[in-house]
Design a protein around this ligand. Structure first.
Ligand SMILES: CC(=O)CC(=O)SCCNC(=O)CCNC(=O)[C@H](O)C(C)(C)COP(=O)(O)OP(=O)(O)OC[C@H]1O[C@@H](n2cnc3c(N)ncnc32)[C@H](O)[C@@H]1OP(=O)(O)O
Length: 436
């Protein structure tokens, strides 16, 4: 058989197809140890999936692939995306894969399936993410783990008793996952506080950004922007962290939580620990049309980057400052060519340090190898419906929330372009462009 003749395409000839965003769905985000305290990653992600199924009439639909992840996973979550599909109303033959890129997971999951749609492997996909800090995986002491594994394999009662006799009271203390970088031992907040000092990010500017995030999210709820998205889950109808009465004056009263007594970062201008899940439906134009579903926007560019925060002088959460200029160069766009900027608010200081880096001639020259800085953005276009400071940040669920929000904003506007920028632990960043 002539293999080449049998192929529908020859190597290198695959055409890139447009990737449409049909829409998203999420459960409202809850504060840690709040209403979702007893819900698992799988419970929440399945609820977000089924919400999408019901929104877009996908009952029993064979989707090309579901890609999703969680940053904090129990061992039972090893096949989280697939198990969630099997628990959902999608066709059980829908394949699924797990993705992991810290807080970039949700957007990375979108890119994983988008690239498959672009290359013609699949025509439809769901991407998303979920996280619970309430049900964080606790590991047992490594010595106890060894004993328990051997106990499981022991053949005789005598062997089992010998192993049980090795258990000591100290073995019972569990290992609690720390919100810290393994290579520095510093928490992400402590890293962000160092960056805030380097970039001289003022407390007032951070509090102003946080208050604006709450004001914008509250206004988006008021005008019904989320009415079609939100699936009430365990009786929660809105993001629980939202405080519409947040003001710079109230936020100014909070004590620093990172960076020592004269630190500028507080519980109000840092993201809270959060539980939640989000999903996004992506497809080809043809698939959306055949299913009589809308196309809100197209995913047109993406770029990841990482910084050497261990040996270099880079801030842990500054990788998007590098990814965005590379993406803009490939797209032939300037930083100002956008109608919306969705910059994940891990911490207010992280957003402000990134904006300062883009405005800085020395950063442009020395770090980006550019003659001129990217410049300033119109701040009225930044996170217009609020972001992680107000909504909360269930790590892997944030990317899906942002993609769905931006696609809908572009659809409402009728045309335009939006930039997504997400920083992630490990010194990584994931960025993308959506266009209508
Ligand atoms: C993960 C990645 O890959 C990349 C990233 O995104 S990095 C970002 C990851 N996120 C983090 O690391 C932050 C995680 N957050 C935390 O650990 C905790 O939320 C925190 C240490 C920042 C604060 O914890 P906490 O002190 O328990 O917060 P909390 O009790 O809610 O708030 C403290 C006070 O501030 C007040 N407050 C919080 N927000 C407020 C607001 N908007 N307005 C007014 N007051 C507010 C609270 O009411 C509370 O006041 P009282 O003490 O009087 O009750």
């Amino acid at each position: 058989m002539d293999v080449m003749a049998a192929r529908k395409t020859t190597p290198g000839s695959a055409t890139v197809r447009k990737v449409a965003i049909v829409g998203g769905n999420r459960i409202p985000f809850a504060r840690s140890n709040g209403p979702y305290a007893r819900a698992s990653n799988q419970d929440m992600f399945t609820a977000a999936l089924d919400g999408l199924v019901s929104r877009f009439s996908l009952q029993d639909e064979l989707i090309g692939e579901v890609a999703a992840g969680a940053v904090l996973k129990h061992s039972k979550d090893f096949n989280l995306a697939r198990e969630s599909v099997l628990g959902s109303k999608l066709a059980p033959a829908t394949p699924a894969s797990d993705v992991q890129m810290a807080c970039g997971t949700g957007l990375q999951a979108v890119l994983t399936v988008a690239h498959k749609i672009a290359l013609g492997e699949i025509d439809s996909a769901i991407a998303g993410g979920v996280d619970t800090t309430s049900d964080a995986p606790l590991a047992v002491n490594p010595d106890l783990r060894q004993i328990l594994v051997q106990l499981n394999a022991a053949k005789t009662l005598a062997d089992r008793l010998k192993l049980v006799a090795k258990i000591r009271p100290g073995h019972i203390v569990p290992e609690i996952p720390r919100n810290s970088e393994p290579r520095t031992g510093l928490s992400m907040g402590e890293h962000a506080a160092l960056t805030a000092k380097v970039w001289d990010v003022a407390r007032e500017a951070q509090d102003e950004l946080a208050a604006t995030s709450h004001r914008n999210l509250a206004a988006a709820y008021e005008r019904g922007f989320f009415d079609d998205l939100v699936t009430p889950f365990l009786k929660l109808a809105r993001d629980q962290n939202l405080r519409p009465d947040s003001s710079p004056e109230k936020l100014a009263k909070l004590k620093p939580v990172y960076g020592g007594a004269d630190g500028t970062m507080t519980a109000g201008n840092s993201t809270p620990l959060t539980d939640g899940a989000s999903t996004v439906l992506l497809a080809t134009d043809e698939w959306a049309k055949a299913h009589q579903l809308p196309v809100l926007a197209y995913l047109t560019f993406s770029q990841t980057a990482a910084v050497d925060y261990v040996h270099g002088d880079e801030g842990l959460l500054m990788a998007p400052a590098y990814a965005v200029p590379r993406m803009l160069d490939r797209a032939g766009l300037a930083l100002q060519d956008f109608d919306f900027y969705e910059i994940h608010e891990a911490f207010a200081s992280q957003v402000l340090a990134t904006l300062k880096a883009w405005e800085d001639p020395a950063f442009a020259k020395e770090k980006l190898g550019l003659d001129a800085p990217l410049g300033s953005i119109d701040r009225s276009k930044l996170n217009v419906n609020g972001s992680s400071l107000a909504a909360g940040h269930p790590f892997a669920a944030t990317g899906g929330r942002i993609v769905a929000t931006l696609a809908k904003l572009l659809h409402e506007k009728g045309s335009g372009r939006g930039l997504i920028s997400i920083c992630a632990a490990g010194g990584q960043g994931v960025t993308a462009i959506l266009e209508k």
